[in-house]
Design a protein around this ligand. Structure first.
Ligand SMILES: N=C(N)NCCCCNCCCN
Ligand SMILES: [Mn+2]
Ligand SMILES: [Mn+2]
Length: 290
């Protein structure tokens, strides 16, 4: 399958691997995130390849769409192990991995694979939800729990865009001193970009839950909430992080296609924007002056 261009870049010639992870057995509400990866890749073929804002054609770095990561029916642990193994394979080849979910539980095995491959980093968690539930609906593998599991493993996290914050989550945020920037603060007091950057370490893994975006921009998610980010706010945040940090990997999760094709184009464009930011940060491409 082609990714962000008319033709597939062979793995040997690609710097970036887009890893489709259609696992969605850990959702708590609306189903469908398993269709997210293919929807993004299908929409990506419709994008203009030259990214005028960045002044580059990100596809020139070589973007390879990997085979979809399979899952094991009824076995989240085994499914997560397959995700970890798939990411590890491409990381060991030195590729920059952009995982496409699938539900947010996939971030836990993805971060584990990145930790093994590149060492320590901070996780920048952009989401409407804290995902700090020790378990939800009887499972520690819930999409409501990946950030709890990372925090329990001592991985530093910074949270941006939150709109659903339980008392228990707030207690965990305070207990673990998690820097968090909820949407109500961003929208009433402005974006403390420097404060967010200061809260991150030098190396960052970005996990982007599409329900961080406002439903007016991104209606195709399983657990939408109002007061979300605009596309421009999300793009500006990603641009700033890539300009000042080494981004070691990223995932984009929870797209649940529902016939609103503009949502899929929005998802594909944001992923492409992030790949372009990585290309500039890594020096793979140089911006063409407007
Ligand atoms: N997308 C997510 N991470 N959703 C998590 C939902 C779990 C907690 N909901 C609490 C609802 C209480 N009625
Ligand atoms: Mn989430
Ligand atoms: Mn969410």
């Amino acid at each position: 399958m082609a990714a962000f261009g008319e033709v597939q870049t062979p793995l040997e010639q690609a710097r970036v691997v887009v890893l489709p992870v259609p696992y969605d057995l850990s959702l708590s509400f609306l189903p469908g995130a398993r269709k997210g990866p293919k929807a993004i890749l299908d929409a990506s073929v419709e994008l203009e390849l030259f990214h005028a804002e960045l002044g580059i054609d990100p596809s020139e770095v070589g973007i390879h769409a990997a085979e979809e990561v399979p899952w094991v029916a009824g076995d989240a642990a085994a499914s997560h192990a397959l995700i970890r193994d798939a990411a590890r394979r491409y990381l060991e080849l030195g590729r920059f991995v952009v995982a496409l979910g699938g539900d947010h539980s996939i971030t836990h095995p993805l971060v584990q694979a990145h930790r093994e491959a590149v060492g320590a980093f901070t996780v920048l968690h952009i989401d409407a939800h804290t995902d700090l539930y020790p378990e939800w609906q009887g499972s520690i593998y819930s999409h409501a729990s990946p950030i709890y599991r990372l925090v329990q493993e001592g991985i530093p996290v910074v949270q941006v865009g939150l709109r659903a914050i339980s008392r228990e989550s707030l207690a965990l945020i305070r207990a673990h001193r998690i820097p968090y920037f909820p949407a109500h603060r961003l929208h009433t007091q402005g974006w403390p970009l420097q404060e967010i950057l200061d809260a991150l370490g030098e190396r960052v893994y970005i996990t982007f839950d599409f329900d961080a975006l406002d439903p007016s921009v991104m209606p195709a998610v399983g657990t939408p909430l109002p007061d979300g980010l605009t596309y421009r706010e999300a793009a500006n945040l990603l641009t700033a992080v890539f300009q000042h940090k080494e981004v070691v990997g990223m995932d984009f999760v929870e797209l649940s296609p529902n016939g609103t094709f503009h949502a899929e184009m929005t998802a594909a464009q944001l992923v492409y924007h992030a790949i372009g930011c990585k290309a500039l940060q890594a020096g793979w491409l140089q911006p063409e002056h407007e």
